[in-house]
Ligand binder design. Structure first.
Ligand SMILES: Nc1ncnc2c1ncn2[C@@H]1O[C@H](COP(=O)(O)OP(=O)(O)OP(=O)(O)O)[C@@H](O)[C@H]1O
Length: 606
């Protein structure tokens, strides 16, 4: 048998008690099978050979019935244990996947196709079922019962024992040969399924863009291609399964035939065997072979499952990220804009000093921070800088210069490759993630709107139960009161997926409303690049100013108004900090900055 994968070994040790129970029940099942055959042989001999009266065999028949009932119960029990093991294993695997996905760093979380990940989390985990529900119970039975039967047959008739011993290995040998091929095919099938799901979801999400660019037909063909790939991989596995069954049946028939022939010769020609013994062995031989054959079928599904489990392991390993070191769960973090998967960066190291987080708004310092998304990719490098409590920092620079990356590093959403971000003098990575994110709000340009009511979407920002009054107040502060009153069911209108859509400006104000409920000490603000109407712009500016009055605010700034009013402007150029200071200072000493401001005034700022 192939070396078990890490996940399987983990499950085996976690479910050791059930495995021991399975072993015990298999032994009892073996005893019931042998007992049933012995009692049947005894009663047939008594009734048909010795012509004994029915009453004299009634007791034996009664015991036989009881043993048959026990055998059925034991088989059922083994099945139940297998199902329980499968249920726990699947729950554990899904939980592990979810944990990995939610703790992955932003770069790791963004890697790969969403549809592919969903397919692994749902389909591949489901496919793992048969390893525990079929393969394990059958393997356990195969490890115990055939040996028991062989011992009994050897004690009764050596020749038959030898025939069974010699023919039996053909079944596992064949199983191993087929199994090796099945596992590879199964991995291929899951790779195809993940690709199919990924392509399908991607195309579905970008349907409008695809139509606009006249690429819908091409994507349709792409979906067709990957669905055919998946179908072919499934058919290959089925082909192997059918060939497997046919070959196993043939081996079993041949084995039983040889044993029967040998028994007939000994019984009728050489007369060296009693009817009772011959009949007992004839009853045990099919049990012996069919057990091995069932093991063969279970082996096939077990190998398919192992392929699926391999995919799950691959995903668990794949989402593991050098930058993500957080061992803890997070669910109440930053209120807006980024999904749970994007948040997991800070670490909770022993001895962390969460006390200093009570000094809010905090002092934020950067010490020789460097960061790369991947080797040989864009590199960000920032020297030593410090921002006092409650300062407003604007990060500016041309597109792709690293503004968002820098903000994510300051927020702890990305872990520096070298250097440190200090909050109140303590490295950010030393804080408990929940405590830190409990003080932070992130208002992105495209906040995530969950499927739910308008009120629910605002309330989620608080991270605790809040009253409708609180929600209404937060909405008003964010300039959303008029929007809510225009909605069909007011605050109870369904928004997000499957509900009413919201405009870009409305979404950003909703993010603001979430932040108002939270009252963060650190605000990360990704200023809209697209021009909002004057009214919306003013509401946003006023609300942000109100929110930021008692907070440190870090803005990826595009508006001259915001830049000019910032306490510190970080001017980025191709991943390096070209200058840091107030507007007037940078105007005097940094020609690139003056050029940018000039271009902005003329309306050509990019
Ligand atoms: N997840 C990622 N993986 C790899 N590279 C990335 C990733 N995100 C951003 N980059 C690269 O890092 C560089 C800086 O990106 P960043 O988003 O920080 O720029 P920006 O200044 O905020 O740009 P913009 O103003 O256009 O939003 C870019 O070259 C970008 O392609």
């Amino acid at each position: 048998m192939k070396k078990k994968t890490g996940l399987i070994s983990e499950q085996m040790s976690a479910q050791r008690k059930r495995l021991v129970l399975l072993g015990g029940m298999s032994l009892a099942l073996g005893a019931a099978i042998v007992g049933q055959a012995a009692l049947l042989a005894e009663s047939v001999e008594k009734i048909f050979v010795q012509r004994a009266s029915f009453s004299s065999v009634a007791v034996i028949l009664g015991i036989l019935l009881a043993v048959m009932a026990a055998r059925t119960l034991l088989s059922y029990g083994n099945g139940r244990i297998g199902l329980r093991m499968a249920a726990s294993a699947k729950t554990d695997m899904r939980a592990a996947l979810l944990r990995k996905l939610t703790r992955a760093s932003m770069p790791a979380a963004l890697r790969g196709q969403t549809g592919g990940k969903v397919s692994v989390a749902l389909d591949a985990v489901d496919e793992a079922d048969s390893y525990f529900s079929q393969y394990m119970p059958r393997m356990m039975e195969a490890a115990v019962i055939p040996i028991l039967i062989l011992v009994v047959v050897f004690t009764q008739h050596m020749n038959s024992g030898f025939i069974m011993l010699v023919t039996a290995p053909f079944i596992p040998i064949f199983m191993i040969l087929v199994g090796l091929k099945t596992k590879n095919k199964s991995e291929e099938k899951f790779a195809q399924l993940a690709e199919f799901s990924g392509t399908f979801l991607d195309s579905l999400q970008g349907l409008v863009s695809l139509k606009l660019f006249g690429r819908a037909r091409q994507h349709e063909q792409e979906i067709e291609r990957s669905s055919i790939g998946y179908r072919d991989a499934t058919m290959d596995i089925l082909r192997i399964a059918f060939t497997n069954t046919f070959m196993l049946e043939s081996i079993v028939m041949l084995g039983i035939g040889i044993v029967a022939l040998e028994l007939a010769l000994q019984l009728l020609i050489f007369k060296s065997l009693s009817f009772h013994t011959a009949f007992l062995i004839l009853l045990l031989a099919p049990e012996f072979y069919s057990l091995l054959k069932n093991t063969g079928t279970a082996f096939h599904s077990g190998r398919t499952s192992m392929g699926a489990i391999g995919k799950v392991e691959e995903m668990l390993a794949g989402t593991r990220d050098e930058g993500a070191v957080n061992p803890r769960r997070e669910d109440g973090g930053i209120t807006d804009g980024i999904s749970g998967a994007d948040r997991m960066i800070t670490a909770n190291k022993p001895g962390s000093d969460d006390m200093s987080l009570t000094r809010m708004p905090p002092i934020i310092e950067l010490r020789d921070v460097r960061f790369r998304y991947a080797p040989d990719s864009f590199e960000l490098a920032v020297g030593n800088i410090s921002f006092g409590p409650g300062k407003h920092i604007a990060i500016v620079g041309k597109s792709g210069s690293g503004k968002t990356t820098l903000m994510h590093l300051i927020a702890g959403l990305l872990k520096p490759s070298s250097g440190e971000v200090l909050v109140n003098g303590t490295p950010l990575m030393h804080y408990d993630e929940d405590s830190w994110f409990g003080h932070v709000s992130y208002i992105t340009q495209h906040p995530y709107i969950f499927a739910g009511t308008f009120a629910d979407n605002i309330a989620i920002g608080a991270g605790r139960a809040v009253s409708r009054d609180d929600v209404v107040q937060a909405a008003a502060a964010a300039g959303l009161a008029a929007v809510a009153s225009e909605l069909e069911h007011g605050y109870d209108t369904l928004v997000g997926e499957g509900g009413r859509g919201l405009s870009g400006g409305e979404k950003q104000r909703l993010a603001l409303a979430r932040a108002f409920l939270k009252r963060p000490a650190v605000i990360l603000f990704d200023e809209p690049t697209v021009g909002l109407d004057l009214q919306t712009e003013r509401v946003l500016q006023q609300s942000i100013a109100l929110l930021a009055s008692k907070a440190t605010m870090i803005t990826v700034a595009h508006r001259l108004y915001t830049i000019r009013n910032a306490d510190n402007i970080m001017f980025m150029g191709d991943g390096t900090l070209l200058g840091c200071g107030r507007h007037e200072e940078l105007l005097d000493c940094l020609p690139e900055y003056a050029e940018m401001v000039d271009a902005h005034r003329k309306g050509g700022f990019a």
